[in-house]
Design a protein around this ligand. Structure first.
Ligand SMILES: [Zn+2]
Ligand SMILES: [Zn+2]
Ligand SMILES: [Zn+2]
Length: 1015
C-alpha cells in the first residue's frame, strides 16, 4: 500500500443500513397495492399448487349471515379462521379455504318486507323471494370485499352460498336422508313462538332477558274424594295450590304435576284446606298471608284478595308423599273441566325453576333450587310447555293450545277470546281475584326468553309443525315404548339413563361429543353436552317464504301428508336446475314424479306444504353439501370455529346432519372464540358510540393492526377493543417492524449463497442468536399447532424486543457498521441476521400477512435457490439443531445476567456524569469463582457485549459469592476514535489514519485492499 494513495473518506467507510423496507409502514396505502399484486399472481392458486398432494387440513367455514356489512366480531371470526388456514398451510398441509354465506331466513325476509311495505301483501311469494335473493346477493358481495381487504385468502370467486341452486337441492336431499331414517315427523308440540313475527323459533333463536311477569298462587278445588289422600281430610273443602308466572296459560290448564317422592301437606286455614309441598309450606304461608296476618288489616285484604277468611293459626292436617295424588282429579278454577294430578320427576322445589321449566329446560336445571317461590304443585298446560307436553303425553292429555299465530286467545276461550296473551295476563289475574280463586299475586322479575330478531318476549305454543326427533332410532319401531305407551312425540328429559337410545340422534350426538370431538377450550364439551341433553325435538318448520321449502305434500282425497325420501329427491333434482323457487312456480303435480298416487287412498291430487325449513337446517347441511361436493375438500372437517352462540346453532345443526348422513360428527375439533367488547367490557353498539368498526379502523391504521389486535390477547376469552387499545397494538407493530428493518438494512449486499459463513466458523454470539432462533421456532410451531395465536404473538414480540433489539442487535451493531464489508466476522453476523429475518417473516406470515410478505420481498436474493413469489407459499422454518445448542443458551443466559448488572452500573455512572455514552466507559470487574470462569472464557468479547471501550477482569475474588460481581465504572483510557467512537490508547499510532483506533486501521486497510463497495 502506497502512502501516497488518497486516504478513504472515513464517513463513507461506515456500513450504514440500507433497505427498501420503509420505516413507516403506510399500511392503509400499501395494503391495497399488495392485495392487487396477490390477485394478479393468483396467490391462493399458487399456494394450492405448492401444496398439491400434501395431507389435507380442512377448516370448514361457518357461514356469516348475508344481511349486513361486517362488524368487528365478524372480522375477528374470519381473521382467526385465516390464521388457522395460513398456519396449517405453512406447517405443510394442503389447507383450502372455501368461505360460505348464510343467505336464507327471517332477517332478510323482514328487511325486504319493511322495504316493500304495503305492496308486500299483494306480492306473490316468488317476487318476495326474488327481492330477498337480490338483497342477500348484494350483502354477500359487500362482505366478500371487506373480508378480502382483511388479507384473508380463499376461494372468494367461488364461495358456497346456502341460496345457490345446488345448495338448495342438497339441503332438500339431506332432509330426505332424515326422512328415510325415520327421524322426521309432523306433530303438535310446543315450540318457541314469536307472536310478533308469527313464526316458530329455534332454540338458537331465543335469548334470555329480564322480564316482569305476574306471579300468582291459585287454588284448584279437589274433585276426587279427599279421604283417598288421608282419612282426616274426609268431608273437608280441599284445594290444590298451584303457582305460575304465566297466568295466560291457565285457560289451557289440564293438569297438576307433583313429585312422587316429595312430602306434601294439607294445611287447614279457616274452613279451607290447601295442599302444598311440605318443604315450601312456611314460605307459602308467609307469602299468601295464611295465618300470619292480624285480623282487621285492610292492607292484607288488598294484597291477597278477598278469597279467604283470616285465621290465627295454620294447622297441618295430613302429610303424604306426592304419589298419593297420582291420577286424582281437581277442577279447573273457573272452566268446567277436570285438572288431572300427575307425578313427574321434573317437579322441583325451586320456584324459579318451575317458572322457567315451562319455557326452557336446560336453563332451568342449572338454576333449580335457587329460589323458594312456588308451591311444589306445577300447573300443567301441555300445549304451552315442554315438560308439560312430555308429562301430558304420558298421561294421555290433549295437547291443547287455544292461542292463535298472533298470540290471541281463540273464540273458544270464554271471557278472554281475542285478547293477546300479554294483554290478557292482568285481566286473568283480576278475574281470578273476583272469583275468589286467587290467594296471592305480585310482580315477579325473572329471566324470560325473547325473540332474537324482534326482541319481544316469546311464548311456548303447540301448533302442527315438522320435527326432527331427538330420541327416535331407525333400528326399532318408534311409536311405542317399553310400556307400550305412545312415544312418537316423546322427548326424554333424562340422559344417561336407559331411556337414551344409542341409535337416536341424541344418543349418537352425546357419544360423538364425549368420545370423538376435541373441544377447545375444554368446557365446550359440557356446554354442548348440556345443550344436547335438554333440547327438545328439533322443530324445523318455519311459516315463512325465504328458504328451502319443506318438500311435503298433502293428499286432497284423504288429507294424508306425503313425506317420502324418493319424492323429495325428485323435487331436489328440480331445485338443482331451477332453484327452490320451483316450489312456488310449479303446481304440486309438476313437482311430484309422474303418475304419483296417494298410498292411502289412491287419489292423484295434492297440495304443497307451505312451511320452509329452519335456516339452521340449511347452514347445518353445509358440511355435507360443501365438503362432499367439492373435489379439493373432504368430509369430515378437521376443525370448526365460531362464537359461543353456535353451540345451540351451527355446531348443533351440523352435528345433526353429520349423524343423519354418516353416523358421525362432521368435525374432529371445535374451537370457540370470545365476543368483542369495548374497553370497559361492555357490548358494542352503534347507539352507545363505543363500537369499533373495521371500515373506520382500516383507513386509519390498516388491516394489519386489526389482525395483530386479534392475537394481542387470548381470543378464546372475550376481546376488548377501543381506539386506545388499537393504538397500543400499533406500537407493538412498530417494534416488530423496526426489528425486521434493522435486519434487512444490514443485509444490504449480502448474498446468502456467496457470503454465508458456515456454522462452525461463525462467531459464538452469532451462533447463540441462531440457537435462540431455533428454540423460538420450536415454540412458535407448537403454538400454531395448538391454535395458540396469542402465544405466538407473545413469543415473537419477546424475541424481537428483548432477545434481538435489546441484546443481539445492540451488540453486533459495532461489527456490522465498522468492520470491512466483506470481513468474515461481519459476514458471520449477516449470516445470522439473514436466517433470523427469513424465519421471522415466515413465522409472522399468518398474522402480519402484509408485512411478512414485504419483509420477504426485501430479503437479499439467494443467487441460486428459486425464491417463492410470496412468503405465503413458503413453509414455517424448521429447527436446524445448532451444535451444543443447550450449552450455548445456558452460557449466554449467564453472560446476559452479568451484562444486566454492568448496564445498571453504567446507568448509575451516566447519572453521576462519570461518563456520557457507554463507549466512554472502562469497566472493572471482580467476580466470584463461577462468574469469573464464565467471563474469563469470553474475556475478549466482553467490551462488545457491554458496549464499552475497555473491560478489565480481575482475578477471582474469594470474598464474593460464586456468581457475584463487583463492578466499577471509570472513564476509558485513550482517545475517541473518529470512526467507531470507541476509546483507545492507540488512536494516533497510524500516520495514514491518525484519528482512528487500531481496529479501524485494520478495517480501512482491508477496505483499501478488497474494495470499499460492500458488493
Ligand atoms: Zn320476533
Ligand atoms: Zn289420500
Ligand atoms: Zn475505531
Amino acid at each position: 500500500m502506497s502512502t501516497e494513495a488518497p486516504t478513504l473518506d472515513l464517513k463513507k467507510t461506515i456500513n450504514l443500513p440500507k433497505t427498501k423496507f420503509a420505516q413507516k409502514a403506510n399500511l392503509p396505502q400499501t395494503e391495497p397495492v399488495r392485495l392487487q399484486k396477490w390477485a394478479q399472481m393468483d396467490l391462493y392458486d399458487l399456494i394450492r399448487q405448492a401444496r398439491a398432494g400434501a395431507d389435507k387440513f380442512i377448516l370448514h367455514d361457518g357461514p356469516p349471515y348475508a344481511n349486513a356489512d361486517i362488524h368487528l366480531g365478524t372480522a375477528l371470526n374470519k381473521i382467526i379462521k385465516d390464521l388457522i388456514v395460513k398456519s396449517r398451510t405453512m406447517l405443510g398441509f394442503d389447507a383450502p379455504y372455501v368461505p360460505g354465506y348464510d343467505c336464507h331466513g327471517l332477517p332478510i325476509e323482514l328487511h325486504v318486507e319493511r322495504k316493500l311495505g304495503e305492496k308486500k301483501a299483494n306480492m306473490p311469494p316468488l317476487s318476495i323471494r326474488r327481492a330477498c335473493r337480490e338483497f342477500a346477493a348484494n350483502a354477500l358481495k359487500r362482505q366478500t370485499k371487506d373480508f378480502q381487504r382483511l388479507g384473508i385468502l380463499g376461494e372468494w370467486d367461488n364461495p358456497y352460498s346456502t341460496m345457490s341452486d345446488h345448495y338448495e337441492a342438497e339441503t332438500a336431499r339431506l332432509f330426505a336422508r332424515f326422512v328415510e331414517r325415520g327421524f322426521v315427523y309432523k306433530g303438535a308440540r310446543p315450540v318457541y313462538w314469536c307472536i310478533h313475527d308469527q313464526t316458530a323459533l329455534a332454540e338458537a333463536e331465543v335469548e334470555y332477558h329480564q322480564h316482569a311477569s305476574p306471579s300468582v298462587y291459585v287454588k284448584f278445588p279437589l274433585h276426587s274424594d279427599p279421604a283417598l289422600i288421608d282419612p282426616t281430610l274426609a268431608g273437608r273443602k280441599v284445594f290444590a295450590l298451584i303457582w305460575t308466572t304465566t297466568p295466560w296459560t291457565l285457560p289451557a290448564n289440564l293438569g297438576i304435576a307433583v313429585h312422587p317422592d316429595f312430602d306434601y301437606v294439607a294445611l287447614e286455614s279457616g274452613d279451607e284446606v290447601y295442599i302444598v309441598a311440605a318443604e315450601l309450606m312456611d314460605s307459602v304461608v308467609a307469602k299468601c298471608g295464611i295465618g300470619t296476618v292480624t285480623a282487621g288489616s285492610n292492607n292484607s285484604a288488598d294484597e291477597v284478595g278477598n278469597s279467604f277468611t283470616l285465621t290465627e293459626k295454620v294447622r297441618v292436617l295430613a302429610r303424604f308423599p306426592g304419589s298419593k295424588l297420582d291420577r286424582l282429579e281437581a277442577r279447573h278454577p273457573w272452566i268446567d273441566r277436570p285438572s288431572l294430578f300427575m307425578v313427574g320427576e321434573h317437579v322441583t322445589m325451586g320456584g324459579e325453576a318451575d317458572a322457567e321449566t315451562e319455557l326452557d329446560v336446560s336453563e332451568a336445571r342449572e338454576k333449580s333450587g335457587t329460589s323458594k317461590a312456588g308451591t311444589g304443585l306445577v300447573h300443567t298446560a301441555p300445549g304451552h310447555g315442554h315438560d308439560d307436553f312430555v308429562i301430558g303425553k304420558k298421561y294421555g292429555l290433549e295437547i291443547y293450545c287455544p292461542v292463535d299465530n298472533a298470540g290471541r286467545f281463540t273464540p273458544e276461550v270464554d271471557h278472554f277470546a281475542g285478547l293477546s296473551v300479554f294483554e290478557a295476563n292482568p285481566k286473568i289475574v283480576e278475574f281470578m281475584r273476583e272469583r275468589g280463586v286467587l290467594l296471592f299475586s305480585e310482580n315477579y322479575d325473572h329471566r324470560y326468553p325473547h325473540c332474537w330478531r324482534c326482541k319481544n318476549p316469546v311464548i311456548f305454543r303447540a301448533t302442527p309443525q315438522w320435527f326432527i326427533a331427538m330420541d327416535r332410532s331407525d333400528d326399532e319401531p318408534a311409536e311405542k315404548d317399553e310400556d307400550d305407551r305412545d312415544r312418537s312425540n316423546f322427548t326424554s328429559n333424562f340422559v344417561g339413563s336407559e331411556l337414551l337410545d344409542p341409535g337416536s340422534l341424541r344418543g349418537m350426538a352425546l357419544r360423538e361429543v364425549d368420545e370423538r370431538v376435541k373441544w377447545i377450550p375444554a368446557w365446550g364439551r359440557d356446554r354442548m353436552r348440556n345443550m344436547l341433553s335438554g333440547r327438545p325435538d328439533w322443530c324445523v318448520s318455519r311459516q315463512r317464504i325465504w328458504g328451502v321449502p319443506i318438500p311435503a305434500f298433502y293428499c286432497t282425497g284423504c288429507n294424508d301428508a306425503v313425506i317420502d325420501a324418493a319424492v323429495i329427491r325428485h323435487v331436489a333434482d328440480i331445485f338443482e336446475k331451477e332453484s327452490a323457487d320451483a316450489w312456488y312456480k310449479r303446481e304440486a303435480g309438476e313437482l311430484l314424479p309422474a303418475g304419483f298416487k296417494c298410498a292411502n287412498c289412491g287419489a292423484a291430487e295434492f297440495t304443497k306444504e307451505t312451511d320452509i325449513l329452519d335456516v339452521w337446517f340449511d347452514s347445518g347441511s353445509s358440511s355435507v353439501a360443501v365438503l362432499e361436493n367439492r373435489e379439493n375438500l373432504r368430509w369430515p372437517a378437521d376443525v370448526y370455529i365460531e362464537g359461543g352462540d353456535q353451540f345451540r346453532g351451527w355446531f348443533n345443526s351440523s352435528l345433526m346432519v353429520g349423524l343423519a348422513v354418516h353416523d358421525r360428527a362432521p368435525y374432529d375439533a371445535v374451537l370457540c372464540h370470545g365476543w368483542t367488547l369495548d374497553a370497559q367490557g361492555k357490548a358494542m353498539h352503534k347507539s352507545l358510540g363505543n363500537a369499533v368498526s373495521p371500515d373506520e379502523v382500516i383507513p386509519k391504521l390498516g388491516a394489519e393492526v386489526l389482525r395483530l389486535w386479534c392475537v394481542s390477547s387470548d381470543y378464546m376469552e372475550d376481546m376488548r377493543c377501543s381506539d386506545e387499545i388499537l393504538q397500543r397494538v400499533s406500537d407493538g407493530y412498530r417494534k416488530v417492524r423496526n426489528t425486521a428493518r434493522f435486519a434487512l438494512g444490514n443485509l444490504d449486499g449480502f448474498d446468502p449463497v456467496r457470503d454465508a459463513v458456515a456454522d462452525d466458523e461463525m462467531l459464538e454470539i452469532d451462533r447463540w442468536a441462531l440457537a435462540e432462533l431455533d428454540s423460538i421456532v420450536t415454540e412458535v410451531r407448537a403454538e400454531y399447532e395448538a391454535y395458540d395465536f396469542h402465544g405466538v404473538y407473545q413469543t415473537l414480540h419477546q424475541f424481537c424486543t428483548v432477545t434481538l433489539s435489546a441484546r443481539y442487535f445492540d451488540i453486533i451493531k459495532d461489527r456490522l457498521y465498522t468492520f470491512a464489508p466483506k470481513n468474515k466476522a461481519r459476514r458471520s453476523a449477516q449470516t445470522a441476521l439473514y436466517k433470523i429475518a427469513d424465519a421471522l417473516a415466515r413465522m409472522m406470515a399468518p398474522i402480519l400477512v402484509f408485512t411478512a410478505d414485504e419483509i420477504w420481498e426485501s430479503l437479499p436474493v439467494d443467487s441460486e435457490a428459486p425464491v417463492a413469489p410470496s412468503v405465503h407459499v413458503g413453509l414455517f422454518p424448521s429447527t436446524e439443531g445448532t451444535d451444543n445448542q443447550a450449552e450455548l443458551l445456558t452460557t449466554w443466559a449467564h453472560l446476559f445476567g452479568y451484562r444486566d448488572q454492568v448496564l445498571a452500573k453504567l446507568e448509575e455512572a451516566r447519572i453521576a456524569k462519570v461518563i456520557g455514552s457507554s463507549l466512554e466507559a472502562r469497566v472493572e470487574i471482580s467476580a466470584g469463582s463461577h462468574a469469573f470462569e464464565k467471563l474469563a472464557h469470553h474475556r475478549d468479547d466482553l467490551r462488545y457485549i457491554f458496549i464499552v471501550s475497555e473491560v478489565s477482569l480481575a482475578a477471582p475474588d474469594a470474598e464474593l459469592g460464586a456468581d457475584e460481581l463487583a463492578v466499577t465504572i471509570s472513564r476509558a483510557h485513550g482517545e475517541k476514535c473518529e470512526r467507531c467512537w470507541n476509546y483507545s490508547t492507540q488512536v494516533g499510532e497510524s500516520s495514514r489514519y491518525p484519528t482512528v483506533c487500531e481496529r479501524c486501521v485494520d478495517a480501512l486497510q482491508e477496505i483499501e485492499v478488497l474494495g470499499g463497495s460492500p458488493i
